[in-house]
Design a protein around this ligand. Structure first.
Ligand code: KG4
Length: 342
């Protein structure tokens, strides 16, 4: 089954053509990061306008790269939630137009389910059940993936997402947006014990997480140093922050896998690209005898291939949208698409 997939939930405009869920035939990702860097974060209207400007050309390019013709497309998959509402609407309406013009089904895909599905592309043998961390700029979730469309969230951040810590720290340090990759590089040469940063535990909720105290602690360290006119050891601050994020997520995921009886662990989302966090997961999984699936960097951040992959499994499960498909800023991962939702 050939699916043309569209992703426009934040600041990446992405189109892919996938085959039977797990094979990428062609893909394009246009990152708008430089357009938002000036503001230190994503500006929703700029994101929507840029999606509108490029999405048609990206689809043309991907079709050319795939070597297929329009009549080969069996369905259109699109991210309809969660994300920036204006940005999502560009993708949803473009997808509707394509589905209508080609006379093929329209498959609504939850962005977070797409992140989980990136692992099916990374590891063709992977099948549920498994435990999965999804850590991105907007979400930090621990999911028990019981089936391709049966995903139970067992832990979530109570406040900010892990990626937000990286982005706001980078902004305070003048490293631009997005902050994760720059901090990852800086951390390589830092001392991760130089700054004593919080690793909060939430009473009675062993898999829930909190990152806002960590973010505030790091930003305060930077501002206090600036006020005193002191030089800050940026590398060690980056290393200390990354160690704290890793100490928050890795043990929770390992513990959850053991408690839920899962022998496979996967990670997903932009923060899963972090080299320290990846290395810590490798060590922890090895020591607990768990199989670890880590997507390549290209599949950690937002992309349309993961939407095509999850779209395939949503299609098999019967998900179809009509021309009244809308976009939603937030939707629970557990809840599948319902045409009644208006
Ligand atoms: O999944 P993603 O591309 O977009 C969302 O759906 O949010 O994640 C973006 C987030 C940003 O906060 C970015 O700073 C972070 O992922 N990120 C990283 C790294 N690469 C991207 N964080 C830590 N280390 C990285 N290497």
């Amino acid at each position: 089954m050939i699916i043309l997939a569209i992703e426009t939930s934040c600041d990446e405009s992405a189109v892919a053509v996938t085959k039977d869920g797990r094979t990428i035939l062609a893909e394009e990702i246009y990152s708008q990061a430089d357009k938002h860097a000036l503001y230190g974060g994503v500006v929703p209207e700029i994101a929507s306008r840029n999606h509108a400007a490029v999405i048609g050309n990206l689809a043309d390019l991907v079709m050319k790269k795939s070597g297929l013709s329009k009549s080969d497309i069996d369905a259109i998959a699109v991210t309809y939630t969660p994300g920036l509402i204006g940005a999502l609407l560009v993708g949803v309406n473009f997808a509707k137009g394509l589905a209508l013009a080609l006379g093929v089904p329209l498959i609504p895909v939850h962005h977070i389910r797409g992140h989980v599905a990136a692992n099916y592309i990374a590891e063709p043998e992977l099948e549920p059940p498994f435990l999965c961390l999804i850590a991105s700029g907007g979400s930090s979730l621990i999911a028990d993936v019981r089936g391709y469309t049966d995903i139970c969230i067992i832990g979530r951040t109570r406040d900010d997402a892990a990626g937000e810590c990286f982005d706001k720290t980078a902004r305070a340090l003048g490293l631009g947006y997005p902050g994760g990759p720059a901090l990852d590089l800086l951390a390589q040469t830092g001392d991760d014990s130089l700054f004593n940063l919080p690793r909060p535990v939430i009473d009675g909720a062993p898999y829930d997480m909190s990152f806002s105290g960590l973010k505030t602690a790091v930003v305060n360290i930077v501002h206090n140093a600036e006020q005193r006119g002191e030089e800050i050891d940026k590398s060690s601050l980056a290393a200390s922050l990354t160690a704290a994020v890793s100490d928050i997520v890795v043990p929770r995921v390992i513990k959850a896998a053991t408690e839920f009886g899962r022998d496979k662990i996967a990670i997903a989302g932009g923060v899963a690209a972090n080299s320290r966090i990846r290395a810590d997961f490798v060590k922890a999984a090895e020591s607990q005898g768990k199989t670890l699936i880590i997507p390549p960097l290209s599949l950690c951040g937002d992309n349309a291939a993961m939407i095509g992959c999850q779209g395939y499994y949503e299609y098999i499960a019967g998900a179809r949208a009509g021309m009244d498909l809308n976009a939603y800023a937030t939707t629970d991962v557990n809840v599948g698409y319902s045409a009644d939702r208006r």
